[in-house]
Design a protein around this ligand. Structure first.
Ligand code: COA
Length: 172
């Protein structure tokens, strides 16, 4: 397994990962009127935004695997300074919004930790101070993972706001 920056060739595989982990970490297929809506909203802006900082875990099939999502890059990780609609006043000091989604068969194998370390190194080098992510109350796996990785947390009506500085990610 290799962690590398995503390219537009990974897009189909990343859309698949986004959908199959999109419902509080579970498969979101069929949960909205159109399965393309979640990737359109939660993936495309990150992949296409200038200076994209998306990363994938590549299972060895390489970028060609993007055309074969089931065997392709299994994990999506993105972060960056976002379009206005993604900005969150509550986390203004750490404005980069993070999504990290991994297919079930790749979870709990240390890829999340390695991926976040790589991301932290690149964000710190680019002068991005840190990231935040939102986790719903029903996704206790993500909450436990973030706690274990050293994220700070706050809880409000929308669930958990998890934050961490890029330098801390880089030290994972
Ligand atoms: C959350 C997620 C990204 C974690 O990635 P991962 O690759 O499974 O995590 P890792 O194996 O690198 O583990 C990182 C740490 O979290 C802990 N952890 C992982 N899964 C855990 C679980 N189910 N319960 C408790 N702790 C857990 C690990 O013990 C590890 O700590 P350690 O290295 O000190 O042992 C992954 O579970 C996932 O993609 N879930 C589905 C999508 C999702 O919910 N994304 C978040 C949306 S906000």
């Amino acid at each position: 397994m290799t962690i590398r920056r995503a390219t537009l060739d990974d897009q189909a595989a990343m859309r698949d990962v986004c959908l199959r982990t999109g419902h509080g970490g579970q498969d979101a297929t069929g949960s909205w009127s159109d399965d393309g809506l979640r990737p359109d909203a939660f993936l495309e802006p990150y992949v296409r935004y200038p200076a994209s900082r998306c990363w994938v875990v590549d299972d060895g099939a390489g970028t060609a695997a993007a055309a074969r999502p089931a065997a392709g890059p299994g994990l999506l990780h993105d972060a960056g300074t976002l379009p206005d609609r993604m900005l969150d006043d509550a986390s203004a000091p750490l404005p980069a919004h993070l999504h990290v989604d991994m297919l079930p068969e790749l979870q709990r194998r240390g890829h999340g930790r390695r991926l976040m370390r790589a991301l932290g190194e690149s964000l710190a080098a680019d002068g991005v101070p840190g990231v935040h992510l939102r986790v719903g109350d029903g996704n206790q796996v993500a909450v436990a993972s973030c706690r274990r990785l050293g994220f700070d947390e706050r809880h409000d009506d929308d669930g958990y706001l998890m934050t961490i500085a890029s330098q801390r990610l880089a030290a994972l």
